[in-house]
Design a protein around this ligand. Structure first.
Ligand SMILES: Cc1cc2nc3c(=O)[nH]c(=O)nc-3n(C[C@H](O)[C@H](O)[C@H](O)COP(=O)(O)O)c2cc1C
Length: 131
């Protein structure tokens, strides 16, 4: 069977495939609920490798814990506007690992829509070598 973006996830095999992809992705994947606060409901193994936080430490918190004095507020304002309007965001900003080490986060945030209603937000994140 061929996979198209419309059939991906329809069968149990497809769901298993999606799980394997998310759990083993080299990019960090973070999912938040749809509330304006955006509480983390899932973090993959690469998130732990990137930030040093165990998924269990971030579930129920917001990704704001990654921010600090060096984080560009203009980038975060742009993200907040995207969250309010239900649109995608892509940007780079200084974030901080659990041990306080600063790094450049390059990330994309996308709404997960079902019947035109936002059910969750997903972020795909990686470290960038330049801002
Ligand atoms: C799915 C998702 C992923 C996010 N990932 C990051 C991130 O990696 N780094 C970051 O600085 N902010 C991230 N944020 C932004 C913060 O969670 C928060 O929305 C932002 O700081 C604005 O809220 P505030 O004005 O209350 O701080 C993410 C938000 C969402 C919804």
């Amino acid at each position: 069977m061929a996979y198209t973006i419309d059939t991906l996830g329809e069968t149990e095999t497809n769901i298993e495939l999606l799980k394997v992809l998310v759990e083993n992705s080299f990019d960090s994947i973070l999912i938040t609920d749809a509330t304006t606060e955006g509480e983390v409901i899932y973090a993959n193994n690469a998130f732990k490798k990137l930030t040093g936080y165990e998924p269990s430490e971030v579930i129920g918190k917001t990704p704001r814990i990654l921010q600090g004095v060096g984080t560009d507020e203009k980038v975060i304002d742009r993200l907040t506007a995207a969250l309010k309007s239900g649109t995608e965001f892509e940007g780079k900003a200084i974030n901080y690992k659990k041990d306080g080490t600063p790094f450049i986060m390059f990330w994309r945030v996308l709404p997960i829509k079902v019947d035109n209603k936002i059910e969750a937000w997903v972020a795909i994140q990686r470290e960038s070598s330049f801002i």
